[in-house]
Design a protein around this ligand. Structure first.
Ligand SMILES: [Zn+2]
Length: 224
C-alpha cells in the first residue's frame, strides 16, 4: 500500500513493516512476526524490485512482532541491519528487551504469552548500532530518535524532508488518531509519555505506526 511516493506499507503483516525507496535501494523498517519475510519479499517484487535491492533493515525494537522476519530477510537480501544498542543486545539473545507485565489484556500480550515459546525469534547479530540523533542516508536524511519507554532501547525514525515519522510501538494509531504505548506492554510509563511529547513536537504530517492505520494530517492528532 502506497503511503507517499517513496514509502509503502506491506499489508497483512503483524506488526506493520514499511518499505522506503531511494535511488540506491530499499530500506525496510521492522520485519513482522516469524515468516513475515515471505510477504515482505512478495511486496518488494510487486514494486518491480528484487531481494538484492533491499539494502537496509532497521528494527525499532526487539519484540517478536518486529524482529520475527529479520534473520530470514537478512539471509535472502544480504541487507545491512540496524538497531539501538539495547535492542541489538536483546536481538542477539533472541528475546525481548524487557519483561512483559503480568496484568492486563491485549492481543499483543497474548502473542507474547501463548506464542512466544513456539515462535521465538532466532538470535541475530545486527551489523550497526544506531544512536539518538544519527542520520541515515534514506529519504533525504532519516533521523534516529530515542523513544525509549515501550522498551528500554526503542527508536523511531523521522524524515523531515517528507515530514513522515516511523514510530514503531512508541505510538499506537487507530481510527481516532494517535495514542501512547499501551500501558501493559510498556517498560516505563513516564518515559513512554515523554516519547509521545517529543514526537508531537516534530510536526510530522504522516505517522506510520507498528500497529494500526497510517495517520495522514497527523499534526493535530497527537494526544495532549
Ligand atoms: Zn509491536
Amino acid at each position: 500500500m502506497k503511503i507517499i511516493d517513496n514509502v509503502f506499507l506491506v499489508p497483512g503483516v503483524v506488526a506493520n513493516p514499511y518499505i522506503l525507496v531511494d535511488a540506491d535501494g530499499l530500506t525496510v523498517i521492522d520485519t513482522g512476526l516469524p515468516r513475515s519475510e515471505r510477504k515482505i519479499l512478495a511486496y518488494v517484487a510487486s514494486l518491480g524490485k528484487s531481494a538484492q535491492d533491499v539494502k537496509r533493515i532497521i528494527i525499532t525494537h526487539a519484540d517478536l512482532d518486529h524482529v520475527g522476519g529479520l534473520s530470514a530477510l537478512h539471509k535472502v537480501t544480504g541487507a545491512r541491519t540496524y538497531a539501538s544498542k539495547i535492542e541489538a543486545e536483546a536481538i542477539a539473545a533472541g528475546k525481548p528487551s524487557r519483561q512483559i507485565k503480568s496484568s492486563g489484556f491485549s492481543i499483543q500480550r497474548l502473542v507474547f504469552t501463548l506464542l512466544s515459546p513456539f515462535m521465538k525469534a532466532a538470535p541475530f547479530q545486527v551489523d550497526e548500532i544506531l544512536a539518538d540523533g544519527q542520520i541515515l542516508p534514506v529519504l533525504g536524511g532519516l533521523r534516529v530518535v530515542d523513544t525509549s519507554g515501550h522498551t528500554p532501547g526503542h527508536i523511531s525514525l523521522f524524515a523531515p524532508a517528507f515530514e513522515i515519522l516511523f514510530c514503531g510501538d512508541s505510538l499506537v494509531t487507530d481510527e481516532n488518531g494517535i495514542h501512547g504505548s499501551r500501558s501493559n506492554l510498556t517498560w516505563d510509563d513516564a518515559k513512554a509519555k515523554e516519547a509521545v511529547r517529543k514526537q508531537a513536537g516534530f510536526g510530522a504530517r504522516v505517522v506510520c505506526s507498528g500497529h494500526g492505520p497510517v495517520v495522514m494530517d497527523a499534526t493535530s492528532k497527537f494526544p495532549l
